[in-house]
Ligand binder design. Structure first.
Ligand code: NAD
Ligand code: UD1
Length: 325
């Protein structure tokens, strides 16, 4: 039996595929490559030394979804596919609702039809909005501040309602904090198309000379040095979290876990750590705050440690290390 990995050519999906193959799982990958490249599939196969079927196509197309479920022996789904850029979601909300919701609904319908009920969903710390207390626990208040966040909250609700309607479903919602880093081979990384929105890919492009300097969005937050604090987590630790969630998929229910380290670093601390690790200078300027940003966001990851036996292990240095190929 195989795990269907949607969005498996993307940043987090590709690292998770490597982890799943290393643990002996069979996988099937589907991705329309809207935000990734087919070379990622080749690299996953190369790194793992294992083969799998890859479907290039859009999960909004129900015919494709049915075809995959008909042809493959699937018993679980890890659903990464979706759009993830906050700014773009504000500019083009309908595109976000359409892509993130329809892909999810199509997959769930195909699973329902075949009595497949193991589903892992990529949610985000964005569902906590501006948290009232820190570190953030899974039972914190949920609120979305933009269409991207709304899609995550809506899908979480759909999954909770689905379970309420049929208690045989085994649903895990993983709320990621800020994934950074890449595969030690340098073959898999966060390579967004266009100018990056997120801090780490932006720093890397400054390092590569593609961009002039980092714009630090605000230095007057109530934090250690005035810049925003986030819980950065190595993408390989995150991938590991999916494998742990999968191996604990025994009890029906809706299981929700934060995947973070529990430690927050400021923008300036991250830039300094990057400089030290890669022995370079990253020029930056202080710019106005970015609309919608919050001061502090870091996880209480203890639930995942207790229930999944999972804990992030990689250091900030490992997260910052850039490998060129
Ligand atoms: P990514 O863009 O690298 O990967 C998503 C993949 O889904 C891409 O390869 C894209 O081509 C594919 N895709 C999108 N729409 C599709 C469709 N309709 N049909 C088929 N494939 C489609 O993003 P990522 O960083 O790997 O994120 C994976 C998931 O995790 C997303 O759901 C994202 O919202 C969520 N998430 C990411 C972060 C982060 O910081 N990267 C944080 C929290 C949550
Ligand atoms: C952003 C999204 C969030 C999403 C997450 C992962 C916004 C408002 N939030 O989170 O919904 O779940 O990505 O995809 O977009 N920063 C700079 N300069 C930059 C870029 C960022 O100073 O060029 C700062 C930000 O102000 C923040 C920190 O760096 O303090 C991290 O930013 P980013 O990597 O974009 O992640 P989040 O804002 O946490």
């Amino acid at each position: 039996m195989a795990i269907l990995v949607t969005g498996g050519a993307g940043y987090i999906g590709s690292h998770t595929c490597v982890q799943l193959l290393a643990e002996g799982h069979e996988i099937v990958v589907v991705d329309n490559l809207v935000n990734s490249k087919e070379t990622a599939v080749k690299y996953i196969k190369g790194i793992s030394g294992k083969d799998f079927n890859f479907y290039r196509g859009d999960l909004k197309n129900m015919d494709l979804v049915e075809e995959i479920f008909d042809k493959e022996k699937i018993d679980s789904v890890i659903h990464f596919a979706g759009y993830k850029a906050v700014g773009e979601s504000v500019e083009n909300p309908v595109m976000y609702y359409e892509n993130n919701l329809i892909t999810t609904i199509n997959i769930i319908n195909a699973m329902k039809k075949r009595n497949i009920r193991n589903f892992i969903f990529s949610s985000s710390a964005t569902v906590y909005g501006n948290p009232a207390t820190l570190p953030i626990r899974e039972d914190a208040h949920l609120i979305a501040a933009n269409p991207y966040g709304h899609t995550k909250l809506m899908i979480e609700q759909i999954l909770k309602d689905l379970y309420a309607s049929d208690h045989k479903w085994n649903i895990t919602i993983l709320r990621y904090f800020n994934p950074i880093g890449g595969h030690p081979t340098g073959l898999l990384a966060d390579n967004p198309k266009g100018i990056p929105n997120n801090l780490m890919p932006y720093i890397i492009q400054v390092y590569q000379g593609k961009l002039k300097q980092v714009h630090v969005f605000g230095d007057d937050y109530p934090t250690i040095d005035g810049t925003g604090v986030r819980d950065y987590i190595h993408v390989i630790d995150l991938a590991d979290g999916h494998a742990a969630a999968l191996s604990k998929m025994k009890e029906p229910g809706v299981h929700i876990f934060n995947l973070g380290t529990g430690t927050g670093y400021s923008v300036l601390q991250l830039i300094k750590a990057f400089e030290k690790t890669n022995k370079c200078k990253i020029p930056y300027i202080i710019a106005p705050r970015r609309a919608g940003d919050i001061a502090l966001c870091y996880a209480d990851p203890s639930k995942a440690e207790i229930e999944l036996g999972w804990k992030a292990k990689k250091t900030l240095e490992e997260m910052c290390k850039v490998v060129f190929i």
